[in-house]
Design a protein around this ligand. Sequence first.
Ligand SMILES: [Zn+2]
Length: 221
Amino acid sequence: MAKLYFRYGAMNSGKSTALLQAAYNYEERHQRVLIAKPRIDTKGNSAIVSRLGVERPVDFVIGQSDDVRTLFDSYRAKVRAETGSDVACLLIDEAQFLTVDQVDDLLRIAILDNIPVLAYGIRTDFQTIAFPGSRRLLEIAHNLEELKTICRCGRKAMFNARKADGRFIFDGDQVAIDGVDVTYESLCGTCYLSESGGMLAYGFNAPSAFLYTPDTDPDFS
Ligand SMILES: [Zn+2]
């Protein structure tokens, strides 16, 4: 049985580079892979871009309401028709932007279609809240691996702090709107708390589902 893998990390932890390396490893052995990513913006950027300068177009882009297993099936059939061989692996970049249903499809592809699925993504947003796709992957992936990067202080970076005009900002939408000029810096917990004045998600505009409500909390005593 094939497995679903989730390789997660802060921004700039080399996820796209790792994905392209994994694709290369398969292709070196003359195996065919399919690469996909969610459609995240209106620019229609359909390439995997590694910070090392390597770039490669994806085989297909996943729309917000697309059924990933159906989409995968059609591209798999195309590969079989063109090459006479099957797909060895499905690679997904920016997996944090998938919906819960789409991540569930990745598990179905691994288990029911017996194709390994390697999903790469960012664990949390700039307010330290898990992206929906990442949360689902953390819940159901067979295998989790953290890709590490270093904070400016030398510790391991955990969080993705958002910056605008050179200043850290802690309020706003989970995904910055097109045209709003923001950048991100990967920070360790210590540096994040120092920049945010000690606040984490609970202090910002977190969805109510994340808020601790003592009245409804079950009594574990
Ligand atoms: Zn730090």
